[in-house]
Design a binder for this molecule. Sequence first.
Ligand code: 2M8
Length: 446
Amino acid sequence: HPSPSPSPDMSSQLWQSAAAVLDTNWARGHMVPSRRLYPHQWSWDAAFIAVGLAYVNPQRAWADLRNLFGAQWPDGRVPHIVFDPAVAEGDYFPGPGFWDVPAYADRPAHGSTGLVQPPMHAVAAWEVYRRATGHGAAAVAAARDELGWLYPRLCAQQEYLTGARDAGGRGLVSIVHPWESGLDNSPSWDAAMAAVPADLSLLQRYARRDVQVADITHRPTDTDYARYIGLVQSYRAGGYDDAGLAAWHGFVVECPAFNAIVAAADHALARIAEVVGADPAPHRERARRVTAAVVAHLWEPASRTFRSRDVRTGELSGRRCVNGLVPLMLPGLPREHVVAIMAEAESERFGMPSLSGLPIPSYDRTAADFDSYRYWRGPIWININWLLRRGMLLHGYEAQADELRTAMLRLIHRSGHYEYFHPATGEGIGEPAFSWTAALALDLLA
Ligand code: 2M8
């Protein structure tokens, strides 16, 4: 049965601990996801973090987004990591030396990766702007200026993704590396990754840093990492160019969650356009087109979920993963898909809190290879649950949205602001003071 809503005491403790995590993770002009494991700036983390900073420190929310978009490439791509020059090369692998991205005169010399992550930033910028009224007239004026600065950059980001990255030619964005999904070792990539060579000798040349900091049984495997490195080498050797990707690169996949976020970004951009005096219509039109393509190409009716598609083989993934529920966040999702996804979310496979007392896990609980500890192959992640709750609110599932909110807040209060959580016990796993968990807790409490 659903637990009671958080008490005022619980809420105020949680608010304070969340604000403290965000303070701890501010580093030299930008936010880090966590101090030890992720010492640089990550792209979609910055978006979720901004949503929480909007309540406690909006100036930092804008500064963090500026730092990220300051590293945008001339082709519009927003890198998935912006490296901090004050952090030693050995503190994260693969660091800037490994990526060796082209230098552009107007970008910071310390560089970035050449990959992207889900473009959550337009949604985040809109949320930060919306909250500015709570901080007085000067904050509203500042927020309007920030939107003005970001708007053309957010547009360029969308154009890159929906243009150069439409590798399948069907109006969907392709990712070229599992890191781009943000769901690194999700079973959603297993079939496509099986065809990528795993050269384990690479791990002798390049030592994994993550397993020096975190428990190896909670992280992707060495075979995964060998493939991750090989894919970066392939993309890097092609100069990070996207022309003809499916013909020469080993991993080209359409993810339903990534594409849903692309469409959601255009819905947010339509609103931002109205504030900055631009035309919202093209954004609404592109959101409609991407939504239609997600529905037409990635829906798998028998499982009532969306699936990723391997562009190289044309095959849909055989795995039921939480990225297949995320398109619930789309305003234009047809009713039959909404109803089907909600039924799946409430089934024993994903087990809404009414079944488990806990938020939704990253993978089908009944799958033979469901793994309660290994990163994106079972554990509960707050950012994904936050997206699902938004979808529930949007489509009129108020009671379920509330249940999910309560389950997230109780979990974080009980276990701490962890990176991810055990899907049966709620034990915190990974990094203990993780920024997006704290930031989204603030939003859920507000
Ligand atoms: C994880 O990914 C990075 C690689 O980008 C890693 O494992 O080192 C993912 O959970 C990703 O979604 C997240 O953005 C990143 C930083 O929190 O960590």
